[in-house]
Write a protein that binds this ligand. Structure first.
Ligand code: XMP
Length: 525
């Protein structure tokens, strides 16, 4: 009899074998998950209270314990169930996570009176974490407590002048700890260390690519919706665009996209949506030109929140009207991102954080009774962009800066009129063009023009003018929670200013907004 050859088991989907980052309250927890994913290994953030059973059920390739602000001995300090260390899953503790390992595994943590903050010289020994890395390197530290005895059986593999135990490892038990933060850019070899941990220690294959994400999501969407019909509201932004394309790839014409053009987009943006989706990708697209309706609704409204409310309500009304004409639809696509999921504590495992108010115009009514399809739920913004590129979405759409749902209406101070909208749209278009030409578009979180509700005196061609100013607002930011005003080159500012004043008769002055957030906000309204 011949040998029985077992059937090859199919490669598990990336999400079936994640790297779990146990969030111990550190400010960089999310960043760790992102860094792991940048190494092309799928990673998820979970609450530190996760049980060993729940960890085992996820069949993780590795665990990472994040940093945290507490002292391991403090009352109420976040802890993890120590049985997690016995699961045989390779585990890397970072900062507080490392200290927690030491405390639980027979080592010692003390407040020695020595604290390290910022860039610190570290001497590394040969070991798995530091394979092929220089023995002398710089690492970013941020700690008051120190590990003064490593876990039983672990070997110390790095030290700094004031911290004799800056890293330890116990390959037999798969336990690794670093006092510094490999996830921040100030640790130049941090990424390499993470790669050593992931690829060598945890044997995690770098298979989390945009192509893999697409394949996986397409399969999931197909399984979720079957032969039902699906609706998607396109906003012109990258999230809804990528979500729509993923769903379209999965179910083709079962998807209908509705693009409610409220007339408050930037110059040529509406045309681009229609061309890209309707003409290029052939996605069934209902383009609702509702500009007149929105303008009528906005008449006389000057208060920023009233504007938002009016636009939001009108949007929902138009969307509902349109979708009623489309027959029976069961699902609605929503471009929810992983950061939204984490921030709203909705990942199902209770990762706590404040709920950010998402005031997107796409916030749709519950009465419509549609089930959600959320293909971006596990993706960070940069991953959405990579998936968009892979799907062939035009560069302009993939890299579009964030744009508020209420659009230009909240950049026109006071009443939104046709005339003022046109002025702002032109000014904004010049600003965008010049910023792109200067190669700065992607470096800026947002850059736009604002039209205040004042006029000032000027002189043009011997004539006195009394016209609007335009304010240039350009900011750098990581996540819009804080922002700094961008130091745009003077030459660029000069070009923007003279073009706006020369090309738009209703404008005779250009000002630059040099406020940071806080205390200002990014938008003016
Ligand atoms: P602020 O002005 O609060 O903006 O610093 C932070 C980020 O949110 C965007 N933003 C909005 N987005 N609807 C949106 O969809 C809104 O009403 C809205 N208001 C502000 C803003 O562009 C920035 O990226």
């Amino acid at each position: 009899m011949g040998q029985v050859v077992p059937l090859p088991t199919p490669e598990p989907a990336a999400e079936e074998r994640p790297v779990l980052v146990l969030d111990l309250g550190g400010q960089y927890s999310q960043l760790i998950a992102r860094r792991v994913r940048e190494c092309r290994v799928y990673s998820e953030l979970v609450h530190h209270s996760i049980t060993p059973e729940a960890v085992r059920a996820r069949n993780p390739l590795a665990l990472v314990l994040s940093g945290g602000p507490a002292s391991v001995y403090a009352e109420g300090a976040p802890r993890i169930d120590p049985r997690i260390f016995e699961l045989g899953v390779p585990t890397l503790g970072i900062c507080y996570g490392m200290q927690l390992m030491a405390q639980n595994l027979g080592g010692r943590v003390e407040r020695t009176g020595v604290s390290e903050f910022g860039k610190t010289d570290v001497t590394a020994e040969e070991g798995e974490l530091f394979t092929n890395l220089p023995s002398e390197q710089v690492a970013w530290m941020s700690h008051r407590d120190s590990v003064t005895a490593p876990p039983k059986g672990a070997r110390v593999v790095a030290s700094s002048p004031s911290t004799p135990i800056a890293a330890f490892e116990d390959p037999d038990r798969g336990l690794y700890g670093v006092q510094f933060h490999p996830e921040v850019v100030h640790t130049p070899y941090g990424n390499d260390l993470l790669k050593n941990f992931l690829y060598t220690v945890a044997d995690a294959p770098p298979t989390w690519t945009a192509a893999a994400v697409i394949e996986e999501q397409v399969e999931r969407i197909g399984a979720q919706v079957g032969s039902e019909r699906v609706l998607c509201a396109l906003s012109g932004g990258v999230d809804s665009a990528v979500a729509a394309l993923l769903v379209y790839k999965a179910i083709g014409d079962q998807l209908t996209c509705v693009f409610v053009d409220h007339g408050l987009l930037r110059k040529e943006e509406a045309t681009q949506v229609v061309e890209t989706f309707g003409n290029h990708f052939h996605v069934p697209l209902v383009h609702v030109d509702a500009e007149e309706r929105f303008m009528a609704r906005l008449e006389g409204i000057t208060d920023p929140e009233d504007k938002r409310r009016a636009i939001g309500e009108e949007f929902i009304r138009v969307f509902e009207e349109e979708s009623r004409t489309l027959g029976t639809i069961r699902y609605l696509v929503q471009g929810t991102l992983y950061s939204d999921v984490i921030e709203s504590g909705g990942s199902g495992d209770g990762v706590a954080a404040t709920i950010k108010s998402h005031h997107n115009v796409g916030g749709l009514p519950e009465e419509m009774d549609l089930e959600l399809v959320e293909p971006l739920r596990m993706l960070f913004k940069d991953e959405v962009r990579r998936v968009g590129e892979e799907l062939g979405l035009p560069e302009r759409m993939v890299w579009r800066q964030p744009f508020p749902g209420p659009g230009l209406a909240i950049r026109i101070i006071g009443e939104v009129t046709e005339e003022r909208l046109e002025i702002l749209r032109e000014a904004d278009s010049i600003l965008q063009e010049e910023i792109r030409r200067a190669g700065l578009y992607r470096d800026l979180w947002q850059s736009f023009a604002v039209l205040p509700a004042i006029r000032s005196v000027g002189v043009q061609g011997d004539e006195r003018t009394y016209a609007y100013p335009i304010v240039i607002r350009a900011v750098t930011s990581e996540d819009a929670m804080t922002a700094d005003w961008a130091r745009l080159p003077y030459d660029l500012l000069e070009t923007i200013s003279s073009r706006i004043i020369n090309e738009i008769p209703a404008v005779n002055r250009v000002a630059l907004d040099i406020s940071s957030k806080p205390p200002s906000t990014i938008e003016w309204e």
